[in-house]
Design a protein around this ligand. Sequence first.
Ligand code: PLP
Length: 465
Amino acid sequence: MDCDEFRKFGKFAVDYLANYLDTIREKQVLSGVKPGYLEERLPKRSPQNGEHWKDIFEDMDKHIVPGLTHWHSPSFHAYMPTANSFPGIIGELMLSGIGGCTTTWDSNPASYELELKMMDWLVKMMGLPEYFLNSFDGLGGGCIQNSASESTLLALLTAKHRLSKISGQTISDKFLVAYSSKEANSSVEKAGLLASVPMRLLEPDHNGSLRGDTLLKAIEEDKAKGYVPCCVIATFGTTGTCSFDNVEELADVCKKQNLWLHIDAAYAGTSLICPEFRPLMEGIEKVDSFNFNPHKWMKVNSDCSALWFKDTTYVQQMNADGDLKNKNPDKLPNIHLWQIPNSRRFRALKLWFVLRIHGVQGLQAHVRKQVDLARYFADLVSSDERFEVCTSNLGVLTFRMKGDDCLTKELVESIQRNKKLFLTPYNHNNRLVIRFVVCSSFTEKSDIQNSWKHIQDLGNHIVKR
Ligand code: PLP
């Protein structure tokens, strides 16, 4: 393929995507295919001779699209938002087309410096502590990682490494322990397994918030048994109900006990661009590391996960001798040493496109609109006496049918069988609830009304039986 053909191919692909997204509202959000459906439809081996891209697009329509879950449909209310925006798509295309891998500054000065700058833009627009700035004359800084899961793992490994440095000895894994909440994302427990630091999952309070006294009690119990506490992973916006651990209280305990405090703000971190949501984050100035995913709620297509350290000394020490010699000129931060892979994609380009095209005000409007839509849904639920709203935080809401759990179970199963909406069940305070998340950027009030009508109709059916 030459550049002329690439132009045609690329233009066709952009048109294809524009048509796909333009008509996304009309598509059934969940596919009807059965497991293994592609096995029969596609050849057993890759083609010997190259094919024309038009044939591939035809097969895309015939075989791939029918098996898609339409994550950007306004009827998709499961999990958490996964960003998709036109600037994000083009940013991804540009970084992929320009290609290359960035390691040290000289491997790609533009990519390296844009990442430093974008991370600083985020700190300022979210009101994060100054010590996270790459341009601040201190030990802190941040860079882009692949995912929140990887960021949690890196923070935990750093905390473990720091502990061995400050205690002057390597502490056997069997004595180490870290803490998080039972409401934490499963990636937190997984990080504990990967880092060989057992993650003790503590009981949050009735609002789903992990409190300082619960943490302190666990630490004292473990110390009495000879364990060595190492790290606390707090969540700002849990996956289940978007609850918030009490960062202020946890930070005070961590300071007194000399523990590392990491914040997983994968989804809700984006809300900090709106000053009215910042009180949720009291205590942020006391944390050791902080992570959120612009690829969730900030319109930057996946992958793009921002991680900052208050002090990068320890993460930087966890490199092979050869890597450590690979330093940058002058006083540039060594962000290539604050990650697990050796090289990095030019992901800052996506942030640059998104932040410039939407501007801070555009992104604030996006967050506020989605929060308002979730509140509107809560009002609709509350106005039907058969239902109750259980939690409502930012764009994440949980609700249930009043009465025995079996009614809610039947309702969610019927919604999933029907495939017109995608919602997931969750166990909240020992009761079955249904999560409703405003995920798609295309969602309008009329979509929320349609979703609610569909739920009510299915609810009618259940009550009548
Ligand atoms: N942490 C929280 C609070 C989440 O909600 C999620 C995913 O929804 C994750 C971590 C995992 O994010 P990632 O897929 O970027 O690893």
